[in-house]
Unconditional design. Structure first.
Length: 344
C-alpha cells in the first residue's frame, strides 16, 4: 500500500474509544512485517484487558514517534479527492499514524536505527494507553507526539480540567412544585454561577475557556426533577487550583462537583527550521513526557475539522509530514551522537 492507501485502510476500521481492537490487530500485523524486514522488535503493551498499545523499535530507542489509534464517534468511512483524504480519524489521528509509519520506512531504508513507533489507545477519553505506557518506559530521550497542527511545531498546549456536577432534589407533581425541590433548578443556578467565574489568561496560550458539554436529568415534564447532572470542561492555561476552589464555592450547598480529569497546560521547545504555533487542546504528552523523553508536538491536518462531519487532511500535508518526521528523527539522533558523553 502507498501512503494514502494505508491511511484510508486505517480510517475504514472503526476504532471509537474502547473499541480499538481491530485497528490494533491491523497495525500489529503490518508493523510485525516491517519489524521482521529490518530486524526490529514489536510488542503489545496491555493498557486494559483486551486493549493494547503497540510499540515497535529498531535498536535501543532514542527517539519515539507516537500518536493514538482511537477516534471520537461517530464512525465515518474514508473517501478521497485530488486534495484531501476524508473520514473519521483522517487528521485525528490515523493520517498521522500513516505518516509516522512511512517516515519509519524512509529511515529504515536509509539504515537509520535507534528509534521507535508507539501507538496508543484511549487518548480521546482519558489517556488510558498513555498511562499504561508511562509505567513501561523504554529509555527514550525524545518523544515526537502527533496531533493536528498543520505541520507546525506547537510551542504550548492548553490543559484540561473536567468535572461532573450533580444536583439532587425531591420529586413532586409539577402542579404542586412547592411540595418538591427541583434538582434541575439547583443545577442551573450552579452552572450560572460557574459561568461567572473569572477565567485566567496566559501571554502565550491566551484565555482559559469553559464548556458545559452535557446536561441531563429529570423524569418527565410533569414531574419535579429529583436529580440532574452536567459535565463541564475548562481548557487550562495555568494553575487549576483557583478554578477548583471557585467551582467548589459555586456548588456549595446545592450540588456536588467531582473532578474527573486534570491535564496540565504544557510548554515546549522550538526545533530549528520548523514554523511554530500554539494549540488549545490537550494531548497524551503530559502523561508520557516524564517516561518517554523530551516532547515535541506536530502533525498534519487542522484541529478545526477534527471531530466534525467535515474531518479531512490535505494530501500535501501528509507527504510533508513524512519528510518532517524523518528529518526530526535524524536531527535528534545526530544531536545525541554529538554530545560529549557519546563521543569516544
Amino acid at each position: 500500500m502507498n501512503l494514502f492507501e494505508l491511511i484510508r485502510a486505517l480510517i475504514d476500521i472503526e476504532s471509537i474509544t474502547n473499541n480499538e481492537r481491530n485497528v490494533e490487530r491491523f497495525l500489529y500485523d503490518y508493523l510485525s512485517a516491517l519489524a521482521a524486514r529490518f530486524s526490529g522488535a514489536i510488542e503489545r503493551m496491555e493498557a486494559e484487558p483486551e486493549r493494547f498499545n503497540i510499540f515497535v523499535h529498531w535498536g535501543p530507542p532514542v527517539v519515539t514517534l507516537s500518536t493514538h489509534m482511537d477516534t471520537v464517534p461517530p464512525f465515518v468511512a474514508s473517501k478521497e479527492d485530488d486534495q484531501f483524504i476524508w473520514g473519521r480519524g483522517a487528521c485525528d489521528a490515523k493520517g498521522i499514524i500513516g505518516t509516522m509509519i512511512f517516515a519509519a520506512h524512509k529511515l529504515l531504508e536509509d539504515r537509520v536505527r535507534n528509534f521507535g513507533l508507539l501507538f496508543l489507545v484511549g487518548e480521546e477519553r482519558n489517556s488510558t494507553g498513555a498511562k499504561a505506557a508511562s509505567q513501561s518506559p523504554r529509555g527514550c530521550r525524545y518523544l515526537i507526539n502527533g496531533e493536528p497542527t498543520e505541520n507546525q511545531l506547537a510551542l504550548a498546549s492548553k490543559g484540561a480540567l473536567r468535572l461532573e456536577v450533580i444536583a439532587h432534589g425531591k420529586m413532586a407533581h409539577s402542579a404542586y412544585p412547592d411540595l418538591g425541590d427541583s434538582a434541575i433548578d439547583r443545577l442551573l443556578d450552579v452552572l450560572h454561577d460557574i459561568r461567572r467565574i473569572p477565567l485566567p489568561e496566559d501571554p502565550l496560550l491566551g484565555r482559559c475557556t469553559l464548556n458545559i458539554g452535557t446536561i441531563s436529568g429529570g423524569r418527565a415534564p410533569n414531574v419535579v426533577a429529583d436529580s440532574a447532572q452536567a459535565e463541564i470542561m475548562f481548557r487550562l492555561v495555568g494553575d487549576p487550583g483557583p478554578l477548583r476552589q471557585s467551582v467548589a464555592a459555586a456548588a456549595a450547598g446545592r450540588a456536588n462537583a467531582s473532578e474527573i480529569l486534570c491535564t496540565p497546560a504544557m510548554h515546549f521547545e522550538r526545533f530549528d527550521g520548523i514554523p511554530t504555533t500554539v494549540v488549545s487542546y490537550t494531548t497524551d504528552i503530559p502523561v508520557l513526557a516524564g517516561a518517554w523523553g523530551k516532547p515535541f508536538l506536530l502533525g498534519p491536518g487542522s484541529i478545526h475539522v477534527a471531530h466534525t462531519s467535515e474531518e479531512r487532511v490535505p494530501k500535501l500535508q501528509l507527504e510533508q509530514a513524512v519528510e518532517i518526521y524523518s528529518t526530526m528523527v535524524r536531527d535528534l539522533l545526530a544531536g545525541e551522537a554529538r554530545k560529549p558523553e557519546n563521543v569516544s
